[in-house]
Design a protein around this ligand. Sequence first.
Ligand SMILES: [Zn+2]
Ligand SMILES: [Zn+2]
Length: 250
Amino acid sequence: MAAPEAGASIATAVRHGGALGCVSRLQLEGLWLLGDHARVHVALRPNGRGRSHSACTCVAHWNDVPHASGRVPVIAALVQVLGCLGTEEFFVALESAMRTRLITRAGLASVRARLPLDRRWRADFARWNADSGLESLLRLRLRGLGIDLASQVPVPGVGTVDFVLGDRLILEVDGKRNHDGASMRHKDLVRDAVAAAHGFDTLRFDYAMVVHEWELVEAAILSKLDRSLHLTRRRPPGTPVALQGEGDPQ
Ligand SMILES: [Zn+2]
Ligand SMILES: [Zn+2]
């Protein structure tokens, strides 16, 4: 089911007795989101009261956040998303808000300050130049495996690639461009061949793989790392490869 139209979702939230909040508020801004989120998420004041109305499928949030023009501020909505929909939806939306400058540095600090202590690293880890929600998701998930990677890396002869692991393994995530046509496939093949000629290896994933077949994506990446295929100078077999970052304690 598609997301409700903006004006209709505000009207629904007001009919329910609150303001448009959480993921529904972020839909108004066109931010990257992983799910469709057809239900209207409504912010209600702690001393408020939800009203019944026809065809109500609302998700209620009882928080003390300001309401204005039938909606909550984006910063409050981002924090609601973390509690309601979890880390991944929050992180993807946060990086989208940062990329579009919908939030400022002060806004990011405000989001961070409202997160539980053990979740603040997500705000610290977020970047201002993520190129797509899929890239945000991939980076977050790999960090969960203790793998750090460089984003938007210039590669000789190829141009800018999405990610590089180590110094020679390219990861490309085909979600932001139209990859349906034969000409796009040809361009990708040429790009991979040029990268190979420069000593790089390429793993290429699409939206469906990252979102629905993550175990396969993870296995493909870890297999390369296990064999040190991301490094020009190979490690002896059996040496641990993942950079151990701060764990995800959620
Ligand atoms: Zn309702
Ligand atoms: Zn919600």
